[in-house]
Structure formats: C-alpha cells, structure tokens
Design a protein around this ligand. Structure first.
Ligand code: SF4
Length: 309
C-alpha cells in the first residue's frame, strides 16, 4: 500500500482581490468568496491583488475588454486592452499586471484563486456573458499560466464538491513541488501515491508518465527528475468536471465503507441525492479517520495539517 505523506507548512495563496472582500471591481463591488470554505480559510496565507487597481485606473472605472486577441497576444504586442469609451488602457494594465505578479513572486505563493470571466484575471474565460468563453486567457491570467502555480477559479469556491476536488489536488501539487527528490526509488514511491489522481485527470497522459519512469535507467539525473515532476504537476492542476468529481467521490465512499465496515462511525452509503455539503462533510470524516489509522486514501494522497495561527 502507498504511504501517507503529510504537508505541514501553510500554503500561500494569491487571490483576485475582488474575491477577498475588496470592492475593487470596475463597478465598485466585490465578494468574500474565500470565506465560503469556512474554517479552512485559516489553513492558508492569502495575498489579494487587483491588477486593474494596481494599474492606477481606480474604482469605479470603465469596464475594459481585449481586442484582436487574448492575453497571450496582448503580451506579444498583437492585441489591445480598451475601455468602454474606446481608450487604449494597455499600458496601464501591463504595468498593473507586472506589479501584481512581482508582489506574488516576492511572497512566493504556491497557488492563485482567480476571477474567471475577467479580461485581466480570467484564465479559462474572459467573459461570463451567455456562457461564452471570450478570449482566454486574460492579460494577468496569461502571466499566471506561465508560472508554476496551482490555479483555482474563484467561482468554484461556491461549490463544496468542487472545492473538495481542488483542495486535495492543491495539497498534492504543493507537496510535490516542494519535495526534494534524488533517486528513482523515491520517484516510484511518489508515483504510487499520486498516480490515482493523475489517472483521474487523463489516463493516457498518466500512463505515459508511468511508462517513462518504468523505462528510465536505474540512475536518473536532475533533468529527468525535473521534467517528470513538471509533467505530473501540470496533470494535477488540470481542471476537472462535476460529473468526474462526483464519480470519484462515490468511489471513495465505497472504498472507505468496505475497508472500515466495522467502525460504526455513522458514515452512510453514498447517495448523490443528499446535500452536497453533507456529502463532503462525510468524506472529510472518512479522510480524517483514514489518516489516523494510517490508511492511504488514494483520492487525497497528501494529508494537509497546517498549524492554525
Ligand atoms: S477580476 Fe481581477 S482585475 Fe478585476 S476587479 Fe477582480 S482582482 Fe481586479
């Protein structure tokens, strides 16, 4: 059985400031989505940034949009950022995005909770209108994607299921990123612990990673380890779907009940009709009990136990 790994050091999270209670959106509104994860909020150290406010554009301001391409094209000099009145605000946004990234790098964040739908902070979409994607990524989102960061859409903090999924992969991502690896044996042990969540994301891709490890010489060099690690990290941070998350949750329920059928903990059989919140709370109980008993819960391979301050 794979061993349990523990991550004790607090994870540092950047967040689009409008989701951390700051009323910095162009129309002077904001949300406190970080509080939606309840007490878990205190398990992380947060650094809110707003690239548009750091551009000096102020609140309120005219909304803006990308013209002639996405955020990648913007940095390549081929797209522009214009406000509602048609004024080119690209120079301001470039400075504000670079300043925001500089802050995040200085405090050495591991992950970023971004506001999808924004032409600045959006990663997978730059509009929320009519289910359209816009021109992703946004200007700041383009910079975030190039960094070694775990990226979480802020809107997903509203769903206990999605947060359950993101948090377990976040812990695995940060643990692996920080892990010093020297030998093939260490890589094998790590792969044994992480392969399940990699397979969930993409079976052919995960199999290729496993085969590459199996085919590697006994003595592996730093380049092999760095590339292998980077491929696993990319796979772990890939977004999932609600359908896939639900299937994984039910699988864990079933595994747990089979393994601990004698424990009488009151954990019920998986039933998707129950409230999502209760479903997630029961999974949490299972995971805590499994960790106490040294049982490796493949769906949450890293046990996150930060000290609360
Ligand atoms: S989405 Fe980003 S740029 Fe827009 S208000 Fe929020 S933090 Fe600022």
């Amino acid at each position: 059985m794979a061993q349990n790994y523990i991550l004790k050091e607090k994870i540092k999270m950047g967040i689009s400031a409008c989701n951390f209670g700051a009323m910095v959106r162009y129309n002077n509104i904001g949300w406190d989505r970080a509080s939606l994860i309840g007490r878990q909020k205190f398990d992380y150290v947060w650094t809110p940034v707003c690239p548009e406010v750091n551009s000096g554009l102020g609140v309120p301001r005219d909304p803006m949009k990308l013209v002639n391409g996405n955020g990648d094209d913007f940095w390549a000099g081929n797209a522009r950022m214009k406000n509602k009145k048609g004024r080119d605000v690209g120079d301001d946004v470039r400075k504000g995005s670079a300043a925001s990234l500089e802050i995040l790098k200085r405090v050495n964040i591991d992950a970023f909770v971004f506001m999808d739908g924004s032409p600045s902070c959006g990663v997978y979409r730059t509009t929320l209108k009519n289910n359209r994607l816009g021109k992703p990524p946004g200007v700041f989102g383009s910079l975030l994607l190039k960094e070694d960061l775990f990226l979480i859409p802020a809107l997903d903090l509203e769903s206990p299921w999605k947060w359950w999924d993101w948090s377990r992969r976040l812990h695995a991502f940060v643990w692996l990123k920080r892990k010093e690896i020297k030998t093939k044996k260490e890589l094998y042990d790590i792969w044994h612990a992480l392969k399940f969540i990699c397979q969930e994301a993409d079976v052919p891709c995960a199999n290729a990673i496993g085969q590459r490890l199996a085919g590697a010489p006994k003595k592996i060099d730093g380049d092999f380890i760095a590339k292998w690690k980077s491929d696993v990290l990319q796979l772990i941070r890939r977004p999932s779907t609600l359908k896939r998350i639900q299937a994984v949750m039910v699988k864990h329920y079933a595994h747990y009940r089979k393994h601990f059928s004698r424990d009488g903990s009151g954990i019920q059989a998986p039933d998707a009709s129950r409230s999502k919140q209760i479903f997630v709370e029961e999974l949490g109980k299972m995971e805590r009990k499994a960790a106490q008993e040294g049982y490796h819960f493949a769906g949450r391979p890293i046990v996150y136990k930060p000290g609360r301050s």
